[in-house]
Design a protein around this ligand. Structure first.
Ligand SMILES: Cc1cc2nc3c(=O)[nH]c(=O)nc-3n(C[C@H](O)[C@H](O)[C@H](O)COP(=O)(O)OP(=O)(O)OC[C@H]3O[C@@H](n4cnc5c(N)ncnc54)[C@H](O)[C@@H]3O)c2cc1C
Ligand code: FES
Length: 286
């Protein structure tokens, strides 16, 4: 988030969510099924790292009637102030019908948006090393955190970003992380960029270098579980951001419940999406 919009945020309390309409400024093909959506919004209160928004599935009134009806959760990749408005950037992958319709939204059309939603990541302490691990669409949840961590911890030697994907094209937003100047390490399964293998190999290596680091993870469940196990075996604190399917985004439908805590469930949309990795009962997540 830009310093301008972040100034609206109290450090301790996330801003209250709003329901707004935002103008599409750009909706760019980034290779493969990856897209970058830039929206211009008035009255956007500003978000904290790890928060998300529920976006209308495509431009408002573009699809016939109310089909599809439900909005889709998307991370707020980056925010900046432009003139008197906020510009919101969303990086997304075309997955099913909703994101396919989103990909058809044209500049000048309007997207419906509810946010910012969810509990943000706890930010690293001054001088504490942060290791951010992203895979798949989870990468989009980490940019704002990387930016903030870099400012807080004092430099690239204390902010590492480890990104993993099947191939180089699927490394969402890698150029943006590169431009930030963090310690960026990539892993691809086909070896087309960085380490040939999994991002978990990079996490093991980074924690061997600094076992006192704080770990943040967002990505597919299997990857997050493996990262949580590695972090816990190094006794490092680890926050994960779960990407459960969501129908409402603010605690009404109960559709996003996840096995978190000693017993029972927590709602990923409003009690998460960020949880302490030790609290998640991974073996109960399909
Ligand atoms: C916090 C969060 C942040 C995310 N950030 C990003 C991001 O930045 N970039 C990105 O590419 N992806 C992100 N995702 C994943 C993204 O939301 C999905 O890829 C997207 O919703 C798929 O929609 P679709 O219509 O294309 O796919 P489909 O599989 O066709 O649609 C999913 C359908 O299932 C419905 N559904 C899902 N869960 C439930 C439920 N519990 N109850 C009822 N209906 C349900 C949805 O409403 C929708 O109709 C994020 C997910 C979460 C939870
Ligand atoms: S998405 Fe409806 S309660 Fe969480």
């Amino acid at each position: 988030m830009s310093s301008e919009t972040s100034q609206q945020n109290d450090e301790a309390t996330p801003n209250r969510p709003v329901r707004i309409r935002a103008d599409v400024v750009e909706n760019r093909d980034e290779g493969g099924v990856n897209r970058r959506l830039r929206l211009r919004a008035h009255d956007w209160p500003g978000s904290r790292p790890g928060q998300f928004a529920m976006l209308s599935p495509g431009a408002l009134f573009a699809a016939g009637g109310f089909d599809p009806l439900l909005p889709r959760p998307m991370a707020l990749f980056r925010e900046s102030a432009v003139d008197a408005a906020s510009e919101l950037e969303i990086l997304y992958k075309i997955h099913g019908r909703g994101t396919a319709l989103l990909a058809e939204a044209l500049p000048g059309q309007v997207i419906g948006l509810v946010g910012p939603l969810g509990i943000p990541f706890p930010e690293p302490e001054q001088g504490e090393r942060a290791i951010l691990v992203g895979g798949g669409t989870g990468i989009a949840s980490l940019f704002d955190l990387a930016q903030r961590a870099l400012g807080r911890t004092g430099g690239a030697d204390t902010t590492s970003v480890l990104l993993g994907a099947r191939n180089a094209i699927d490394l969402l937003g890698v150029g943006d992380f590169e431009a930030l100047g963090v310690d960026l390490r990539c892993a691809t399964e086909d070896g087309s960029r960085g380490h040939s293998g999994r991002v978990t190999d990079l996490l093991r290596q980074a924690l061997d270098e600094d076992p006192d680091a704080r770990v943040y993870v967002c990505g597919p469940t299997a990857m997050m579980r493996a990262c949580a196990e590695i972090a816990l075996s190094h006794e490092a604190s680890c926050s994960v951001s779960l990407e459960n399917g969501m129908a409402c985004g603010f605690g009404v439908c109960l559709g996003c419940a996840a096995p978190v805590g000693e017993v029972g469930y927590q709602l990923v949309c409003c009690e998460g999406p960020v949880f302490d990795a030790r609290q998640v009962r991974w073996e109960e997540i399909p």
